[in-house]
Design a protein around this ligand. Sequence first.
Ligand code: GDD
Ligand code: MG
Length: 346
Amino acid sequence: MQSLILAGGKGTRLRPLTMHTPKPMVPIANRPFLLYQMELLKRARVSDVILSLSYQPQKIEHKLTDGTDYGVRISYTVEASPLGTAGAYRNAAGLINETTVVFNGDVLTDIDLSDVIAYHREREAVATIVLAPVPNPSDYGLVETDEQGHVRRFVEKPKPEEITCDTINAGIYILEPRVLDYIPEGEPFMFEYEVFPRLLASGEPFFGYVWRDYWRDIGTPASYLQANLDVIAGRVKLLDLPSRERGDKFDETVELDARSVVDPSCTIKAGVRIINSVVGGNCYIEDRARIENSVVRGGTRIGPNATVSGAVVGKSCHIGRMVTVEGAVLGDKSVLTDYSQVGDGN
Ligand code: GDD
Ligand code: MG
């Protein structure tokens, strides 16, 4: 069993967080997102991972190298220009010789892939898609199945009148190499708009496996923030939670709740309160600042008496004294001068 992670999108909906960090590397609870997906694969004893890249590939390769540090074997394919989801799979054809788990590089879930693989094998499927129920399918690929689990309809980004059920494509597929025959070489091609409808039209054994537990696409700032909060609340049973040890530059009066994950390299001054938040490495948080329900990336400075609430703060920002940031998203290196008020709480 092999795997291919589609990690070549530009992450436009997650801007500004993806301006200097490719989406698959944005940290969740201070760890690159892809580590969660690799853990999921490892658990199902799938240790051969092909990373399919296009946007900022060197940033990903440089960090993950051949995967030894993470207990997997990684090979890379890089597209000169994006080939789309199926084109990226076709582009890796030279490396694919058996059943493959294909993953969108932005879905966070603790599904047991071994169950999906067993389901796929029992039905002798050519393709199995994991389906997740969501309240509003319009941002996803809607998938209708019959009682036996056969896929009956696939509509990417359905219009309101096309919404006939609540199950969507969770971005995880088990594919037999035969699927490659449905994809032309060297041109942009999408599973969602082209391959899946073609599999349906040709009557191939194509199944859906419904997963009702944790699943989330981290591709927008609100969803990215929520994914971080879910992980620190222990709602995603994947990697062990990072250590909550206090660093030696945390003042003893610093109040940290049991959920927050704060990198121990930070300097945190007297009277600071950090509640239900993630704070990256080497931040400098000054006296009586308050951070709640937020993600603050590394290298950021937060001034005295500032409040950061329900926000995502990028790398190396400078937030002045008495500033309030509520429900806002700040790109890397943002500067907010003293007494600024930013976001929907103001
Ligand atoms: N290598 C490569 N090349 N990867 C790509 C390309 C490409 O040209 N285009 C997109 N990807 C990767 C993205 O990096 C991402 O990890 C994944 O493919 C899906 O792309 P998104 O842009 O995030 O798609 P989406 O979220 O709108 O919709 C997709 O995911 C939904 C579930 O989250 C579709 O698969 C929907 O059907 C699905 O419901
Ligand atoms: Mg997505």
